[in-house]
Design a protein around this ligand. Structure first.
Ligand SMILES: C[S@@+](CC[C@H](N)C(=O)[O-])C[C@H]1O[C@@H](n2cnc3c(N)ncnc32)[C@H](O)[C@@H]1O
Length: 229
């Protein structure tokens, strides 16, 4: 745990909610609207998947990803944790016409779920779904293969994913990780193993010598890292 941070909250299994609800809703309402396709994907996910609220990154994180991809000019984009394809499609919307998004998920249903929404989107052709275990797939890829990576899969592997992703990121590239406040449990006195792993990720990220890191209290916490040139 970070020594400098006061440890206040107790770990619970409650769904993650870090910001004050009114503030979170206000921030979400004042982000750009989702595209028709992202809104349809979010609505369909809410209807079909009981784990929708815990998993789907949603409007504010989705629009942040789209913005950062566009600002950074990233063309080779990696999405770790497809779920139903929301973050992959959001990043594809920010990418140029010749941009490519590879999205990984261990669950083959992710691709099945995402496919019709990708087909409806003018940006869907940029997205390739890969069914695999990300922790096995990442070490097989060449160094500097990606300009932008969004990390949103199994939290207990976050520290290992950081070093794997860092190798894959080109100089000037951007790594964004979701859920880095883990419902506030990163400052718990009795953190779960997941909270400890996420906290370790944050500590490692903040100390990377060749990075600029910002930990944002957006939704469940978003870490933005740029690999310095
Ligand atoms: C939080 S969800 C991803 C949400 C998605 N990024 C979005 O914005 O809608 C996490 C996903 O990671 C997948 N996952 C978990 N561990 C994995 C692993 N080791 N390799 C690949 N996928 C994994 C899960 O199946 C799940 O669909």
């Amino acid at each position: 745990m970070s020594d400098s941070v006061t440890k206040k909250t107790k770990e619970s299994k409650a769904p993650k909610q870090f910001l004050d609800v009114d503030i979170a809703q206000y921030c979400e309402a004042h982000c750009s609207s989702e595209s028709t396709e992202l809104a349809a994907l979010a609505a369909f996910t809410a209807e079909k998947r009981a784990d929708y609220q815990v998993n789907l990154s949603g409007r504010s994180v989705g629009q942040l990803l789209k913005l950062l991809v566009a600002l950074s000019g990233a063309k080779r984009i990696l999405d770790i944790g497809t779920f139903t394809g929301y973050s992959a499609l959001a990043m594809a919307e920010g990418a140029p016409q010749d941009g490519k998004v590879i999205t990984l998920d261990a669950n083959p249903l992710s691709e099945t779920f995402a496919a019709p929404f990708l087909a409806q989107s003018p940006h869907g052709h940029k997205v390739t779904c890969v069914t695999c275990f990300a922790h096995e797939w990442l070490p097989e890829q060449a160094a500097s293969s990606f300009d932008f990576i969004f990390l949103d899969a199994d939290k207990h592997r976050y520290p290992a994913y950081l070093s794997a992703c860092w190798r894959l990121l080109s100089p000037g590239g951007v790594l964004v990780a979701d859920n880095v406040l883990w419902g506030g449990h990163v400052v718990s006195e009795q953190p779960s193993s997941r909270a400890q792993a996420v906290d370790q990720f944050n500590q490692l990220a903040g100390r990377l010598p060749d990075a600029t890191a910002v930990c944002l209290p957006l939704r469940d916490g978003v870490m933005v890292l740029r690999k310095n040139c």
